[in-house]
Design a protein around this ligand. Structure first.
Ligand SMILES: *Cc1c(COP(=O)(O)O)cnc(C)c1O
Length: 339
């Protein structure tokens, strides 16, 4: 039974669902784990997460395909990325099988909150881990909690896709050998001031540059860049401080293997952005948000695709990947995970 929710009017905000998954790490091992109805957690005043920000997370979606199946998209890659995040933060890892099984359990238990096909809405899945054990000397904690909650979220673009205007940021998001490549909450904490400031100045997002030279394009606070050249090559920045977006990696595959386009992952200079034909931001939330204008300290770079619609290649990429996700187009082996 689907819940009585006006799916189309949901925004990207927390809505309570019935179940969440929890497993706890203590004495060097994870417990069995299972579902709980309790959304509140009691936490030690000296927990590692509160004192030294030892926490990381993931984000993926469950949705209903055209033929009525409940599925999620490439959860194995979220599991792998979370293992990398945990290792970098000296946290215990969750086995890939346990992670995927937990995702399935929590989605199945909240099946009534998985929006129906055609609503444009999805069930957002948020796995996360935090240090629950007390630490006051700076070191990794001894105890951890891994949880997954879900929340139904509305269509990303209400009333049609609109290209956005972004600015080149004077703030940095990641150090050259820091934590930019992992999904750590700390990367977001320090991006909040930059995004609030960008919004105050009328920009939707920040384009971060490489902090060492400030000449190369990295990513935004929560999405990777894809560019299209005037001769239809799909180009994406290569950097060890970019978060490896699963959407971006999937789109690159689609560009090459479904659309027969040339793709390049390479360093991209801010100076060459003015020569590109199209620009988009990729992430789980929107799949692709088209960028219409990039403002670099008063100097405007206007993408030829304009401010009214996605560029033609961006649109093809978007249609093909969402077609694969919704079951209209045959998916590569292992991309669609049935619940
Ligand atoms: C999560 C995230 C993305 C998008 O990754 P997806 O796997 O496509 O959702 C991009 N950049 C940053 C910094 C992120 O945290």
């Amino acid at each position: 039974m689907k819940k009585d929710i006006d799916w189309g009017s949901l925004s990207f905000a927390y809505v309570d669902t019935d179940y969440r998954y929890e497993t706890r790490y203590k004495d060097g091992k994870w417990d069995e784990g299972g579902l709980t109805t309790d959304k509140m957690m009691q936490i030690h005043e000296c927990a590692g997460v509160l004192q030294y920000a030892q926490t990381c997370f993931e984000g993926l979606k469950a949705y209903t395909t055209e033929d009525g199946r409940t599925v999620c998209f490439r959860p194995d890659l979220n599991a792998e990325r979370m293992i990398n995040s945990c290792q970098r933060l000296e946290m215990p890892t969750i086995d890939k099988d346990k992670f995927i099984s937990a995702v399935k359990q929590v989605v199945k238990a909240n099946e009534g909150f998985v929006p129906p096909f055609g609503s444009g809405a999805t069930l957002y899945i948020r796995p996360y881990m935090y240090a629950s054990g007390p630490v006051i000397g700076v070191k990794p904690a001894d105890e951890y909690v891994f949880r997954i909650f879900t929340t139904p979220v509305g269509p990303y673009f209400k009333g049609g896709v609109k290209p956005i205007t972004i600015r080149v940021s004077d703030f940095d998001r990641a150090a050259p050998n820091g934590t930019g490549h992992i999904k750590a909450g700390l990367n977001y904490a320090m991006s909040l001031h930059a995004i609030v400031d960008a919004h105050n100045q009328g920009f939707a997002e920040n384009m971060y540059l490489d902090p060492a030279t400030r000449t190369k394009v990295e990513e935004t606070g929560g999405a990777n860049f894809l560019f299209v050249t005037k001769d239809n090559t799909v180009v994406t920045p290569k950097s060890s401080s970019i978060l490896p977006s699963i959407t971006r990696r999937s789109l690159i595959y689609v560009a090459e293997h479904y659309l027969g386009l040339k793709v390049e992952e390479r360093e991209i200079l801010l100076d060459e952005v003015k020569d590109f034909a199209e620009c988009g931001l990729c992430g789980t939330a929107a799949v692709i948000s088209p960028v219409g204008k990039i403002v670099d300290h008063g100097k405007e770079i206007c993408m030829p695709a304009g401010m009214e619609k996605m560029g033609p290649i961006t649109q093809k990429l978007y249609d093909t990947l969402t077609g694969i996700q919704m079951g209209r187009i045959e998916a590569p082996e292992g991309w669609i995970c049935e619940i």
